[in-house]
Design a protein around this ligand. Structure first.
Ligand code: ZN
Ligand code: ZN
Length: 323
């Protein structure tokens, strides 16, 4: 084992031990996470006017997040068709060729469905863990030369991307934090439980894309078979509205955090329940929605755009009046 491999191993062990202490018990059985370098928390004024985050799609039918910071364009996940990704980029004056890199969180279909075609139509590198790449399957066999195994920190143009380990039933899944200047953007979805590593990644984020997958009651009384319900509720599954809200309420933050609730289940959640639950919990914990936290909902097929002074764009109608 080389010295750097030993360091990675040690880091993985310390993360696993921290998780156990935090009560994220079964997650310790998840394969060792990639080592991530913990950057100092970015405090101070929220400045993200050079950064834009747009969920081109979010949910069990496909996920893709477009992040642009001062001319550097990356995509996180390609779970929708290449055509839809191209359409999504168009609104920002971008084409597929303007993408500088693609980052994949894990190999589930809702995150890689459009990957093979996207690789065919572009020449950008794809960053993910070795395990994820190996589990994507034959569709990417012809593109081995495009795969770059994740390191602690990846620099793409003017941004740095730092992966962090997440607990989910995939080979070696990760979330990502993107740094540009003083701006910190974190994408954390597909979370079976909230480890200290996720917390570190989300703390002081200016923009946080956080999973609020299901309403627990809806899930338990819904159409899913028992085994699937248990998978979703379990330590390698997905985060409920309430757990996401409690996590948010406990997070240290800068003056203001933009939160985008994402990966919402179509069967076990509604836009109303998602927003309502999170708002309620935050209010109970003394967080002021609209001041401390700006809450938005990622649309399953639409888009939400964050930009300083920008407006919310969403194809879905959200009514807070109707359950
Ligand atoms: Zn998944
Ligand atoms: Zn997913």
């Amino acid at each position: 084992m080389t010295e750097s491999e030993q360091q990675l191993e040690l880091l993985a062990q310390s993360v696993a031990s921290a998780r156990r202490q935090a009560g994220c018990r079964d997650a310790a059985a998840v394969p060792a996470p990639p080592a991530t370098e913990i950057l100092p928390a970015m405090g101070g004024e929220v400045q993200h006017d050079e950064c834009l985050v747009s969920m081109l799609a979010s949910g069990s039918k496909g996920n893709a997040a477009f992040i642009r910071c001062a001319g550097t364009n990356i995509l996180i996940d390609a779970g929708i068709s290449c055509r839809r990704i191209a359409q999504g980029l168009q609104q920002y004056g971008c084409t597929l060729r303007d993408l500088d890199a693609l980052f994949i969180t894990h190999e589930h279909t809702d995150h890689v469905n459009g990957l093979a075609t996207l690789l065919k139509r572009t020449d950008m590198p794809v960053y993910t863990t070795q395990e994820t790449w190996s589990h994507i399957g034959r569709s990417v066999d012809d593109y081995q030369n495009r795969f770059v195994p994740l390191t602690r920190r990846v620099r793409v143009g003017g941004i740095q991307v730092v992966p962090f380990s997440i607990s989910h039933d995939a080979a070696r899944p990760v979330g990502y934090t993107v740094y540009h200047g003083n701006t910190k953007i974190t994408l954390a979805t597909d979370l079976g439980c909230l480890s200290p590593e996720v917390e570190q990644a989300a703390a002081y984020a200016d923009i946080l894309i956080l999973e609020a997958n299901h309403d627990e009651e809806m899930l338990k009384n819904g159409p899913y078979p028992y085994a699937l319900q248990q998978r979703i509720l379990g330590p390698w599954g997905h985060l409920s509205n309430r757990t996401a809200a409690e996590f948010l309420a406990s997070l240290p933050m800068t003056r203001r955090m933009h939160v985008l609730l994402a990966h919402r289940s179509e069967k076990n959640n509604t836009p109303f329940l998602s927003l309502h639950t999170v708002r309620q919990v935050l209010a109970q914990k003394g967080r002021v929605v609209g001041e401390d936290i700006l809450l938005r909902l990622a649309c399953q097929r639409g888009r939400v755009r964050f930009q300083q002074g920008g407006t919310e764009l969403c194809s879905e109608t959200i009514s807070l009046q109707q359950p």
